[in-house]
Design a protein around this ligand. Structure first.
Ligand SMILES: NC(=O)c1ccc[n+]([C@@H]2O[C@H](COP(=O)([O-])OP(=O)(O)OC[C@H]3O[C@@H](n4cnc5c(N)ncnc54)[C@H](OP(=O)(O)O)[C@@H]3O)[C@@H](O)[C@H]2O)c1
Length: 295
């Protein structure tokens, strides 16, 4: 009985496959399975003896989405709707990832999982629409909203900061957006553990289906994450000198897509029902930097 991972070439997808261990995991990257190809999705579900699906595939180019709404909605909403519909026919569960960008960031505290979606950019709107498509089609789902994902594989803020630190003596980093960086490896472990639970309990009982939050701790700013990255990188001899980090406002660094000012996600129900705690993002950051230093 297979755990099928879609989007296996991405940050979280790679970690899911690398951390699979003894489990029977089949990971399909975009090349092996384009999730917008309805027939290919149906075929993949039939060919592999699928017990549960983890969808780590997504259109994640937040700024590009502003000028490519069609592309973003095709992957993040339409393909997800088709997938959820296909899985509903066999009551095969779906573990799906979503984002803090389904919220506009104006809430003064951490967002609860059942807070209404208020996305402001195309990417956030397409991810919210994908969530809704699952909730209306497939009871057997866990939607896990994560935030500020970084990992050893793929592109992310941590990698960019490290590259810029080698090229420049000063960096301007946004310091008025608040969120929780989340290690891709930690997300993968939560998803694999949920898959394990499902495989173990079978159809008699079930996971507490629904929408949850999973992030690292504590909440910080991009400036805070950059600062920690460069401190640990310097300790490991990965950069010669720590550049001057200038805190700047969101407005001073205009981008095509609007960003939520407050991305904090409340993990209360995740702790109570799924029994996962937030892990310190600094531990994940050190793991990633150690990996890069060694390779
Ligand atoms: N990255 C973040 O900061 C962040 C924050 C919050 C939530 N999330 C969510 O977390 C999940 C995983 O994100 P991530 O950071 O691992 O993203 P990622 O590194 O961009 O991985 C996404 C993967 O999906 C693939 N993909 C795109 N379109 C596809 C299609 N039509 N069919 C099959 N695969 C397709 C991409 O392939 P290509 O590279 O070839 O396009 C990529 O390998 C996503 O649901 C994302 O929305 C991410």
């Amino acid at each position: 009985m297979t755990i099928l991972v879609l989007g296996a070439g991405g940050q979280v997808g790679r970690e899911l496959v690398l951390r699979a261990g003894h489990r029977q995991v089949v990971g399909l990257d975009r090349h092996a399975l384009d999730i917008t190809d309805r027939d290919a999705v149906t075929r993949a579900l039939r060919v592999h003896d699928v017990r549960i699906v983890i969808n780590a595939a997504a259109y994640t180019a937040v700024d590009r989405a502003e000028s490519d709404a069609e592309g973003a909605f095709a992957v993040n909403r339409d393909a997800v709707a088709v997938l959820a519909g296909a899985l509903a026919r066999t009551r095969t569960p779906l573990l799906h990832l979503s984002t803090d960008y389904v919220f506009d960031g104006s809430h003064p505290a951490a967002y609860a999982p059942d807070a209404p979606g208020t996305p402001v950019g195309i990417y956030g709107k397409s991810k919210w629409a994908g969530e809704e498509a699952i909730r209306t089609r497939l009871r057997e789902h866990v939607i896990l909203r994560v935030s500020w994902v970084f990992g050893a594989h793929g592109n992310n803020f941590v990698k960019t900061v490290l590259r810029l630190a080698r090229e420049r003596r000063e960096l301007n980093i946004v310091s008025d957006q608040f969120g929780a960086p989340t290690h891709a490896g930690a997300i993968a472990e939560v998803l694999l553990s949920l898959a394990d639970q499902h495989v173990r309990v079978g159809r008699n009982t079930s996971l507490p289906w629904g929408t949850y939050h999973y992030t690292g701790s504590p909440v910080t700013t991009w400036h805070g994450l950059a600062s920690a990255t460069l401190t640990y990188a310097a300790e490991r001899g990965m950069i010669d000198e720590i550049p001057l980090l200038r805190p700047i406002s969101t407005e001073a660094y205009p981008l095509p897509a609007p960003r939520p000012k407050n991305s904090a996600l409340d993990m209360g129900t995740t702790r109570a029902l799924l029994r996962f705690e937030a892990r310190p993002w600094k531990d994940g950051l050190i793991e990633v930097l150690d990996h890069w230093a060694a390779h």
